[in-house]
Design a binder for this molecule. Sequence first.
Ligand SMILES: Cc1cc2nc3c(=O)[nH]c(=O)nc-3n(C[C@H](O)[C@H](O)[C@H](O)COP(=O)(O)OP(=O)(O)OC[C@H]3O[C@@H](n4cnc5c(N)ncnc54)[C@H](O)[C@@H]3O)c2cc1C
Length: 328
Amino acid sequence: MAHQAGSAAGLERLMEEYGTGLLRLCALQLGDAALAEDAAQETLLRAWRRYGTFRGEAAERTWITAIALNVCRDLLRSPWHTHRMELSALADYVYGHVFVRYTMKQWGQTPEEIDPNTTARVPVFLSEDCRYFQDAYQGMPLEGYTPMFQSLLDHPDITVELGVDAASRLTLDGSAALLDGRPFSGPIIYTGAADELVGCKYGRLPYRTLDFRFETHPVDFWQSHGTVNYTVDQDYTRITEFKYLTGQELPGQTTIMKEYSRAYTGAKGEIPYYAIINAGNNALYAKYRAEADRYPNFHLLGRLAEYKYYNMDAIAARALELCDDLLK
Ligand SMILES: Cc1cc2nc3c(=O)[nH]c(=O)nc-3n(C[C@H](O)[C@H](O)[C@H](O)COP(=O)(O)OP(=O)(O)OC[C@H]3O[C@@H](n4cnc5c(N)ncnc54)[C@H](O)[C@@H]3O)c2cc1C
């Protein structure tokens, strides 16, 4: 068969004729689909580049199979592959011992039942950096969050009313958003739970809640790092020791907080913390979203109103984005 060595047409023919078979052969040799794809591609490229050396003593298929077996053997022997196998064994260990058990405790479900975006919130990485986040710039407000928010809210155009349930002032009556019983046409940004605003009429959106238990101990430090997660041996999911985060210097005493995760029931005083994101719950949320979308001046914003997980930087960015939209 005519072969234009080094030409795109020649490579195309080899791919068409041998691509699928090579992929199968390499997968059998390597036991890894992604690696098999690389090996099949490398085989085709080698065959194409060396076509001039093919003397036709064996069938073309036999010659290409021999190249594939060599490619697979080289891959299996390479230090890169050995390293990869070690990492893969480590990943399996971390997944089985950390992810599965921690996830079950935190979410009351197996990882398979949970949206991958949720489990991806706890990334696994090998690093000398002991910080939880990988962002280039990380810090705390100089005086802490309370003074920062006090300064933000200290503006003549801002009124703060605490302890007021939005539902006691706000009604969505089917045609207009009412504030204190009267139609209100200005922008309304709602950060509460989307289901609670309309009396959970389609059923409650499921959440996990947390019990926080504080303990003070007569030692300089209780643990080695700011936050330590517990996967198996304790009922709590993690312990946070705030001294590490604030840099506070207080010899001989430290306060820690243990977090216990459980299902949110909607009981008075309970706070919904983590949305349990999966296809069924997203579909339920879509019904509440559709209710809110009927009012053009009504905007759902935040982890509760949008039924999703936000880190603080992400929700700050989302809030600024919504403000930009409203100011246009
Ligand atoms: C345990 C825990 C740890 C976290 N740790 C981190 C972390 O380390 N780093 C990080 O970046 N992010 C962290 N987060 C996420 C961070 O808390 C959120 O990104 C952020 O709080 C989301 O802001 P929000 O405005 O959407 O919601 P919230 O901060 O919850 O604000 C919603 C507001 O709406 C009010 N509200 C609710 N319902 C009503 C109602 N009916 N009437 C009137 N007001 C109402 C609430 O009182 C609240 O003030 C953590 C979250 C949790 C739960």
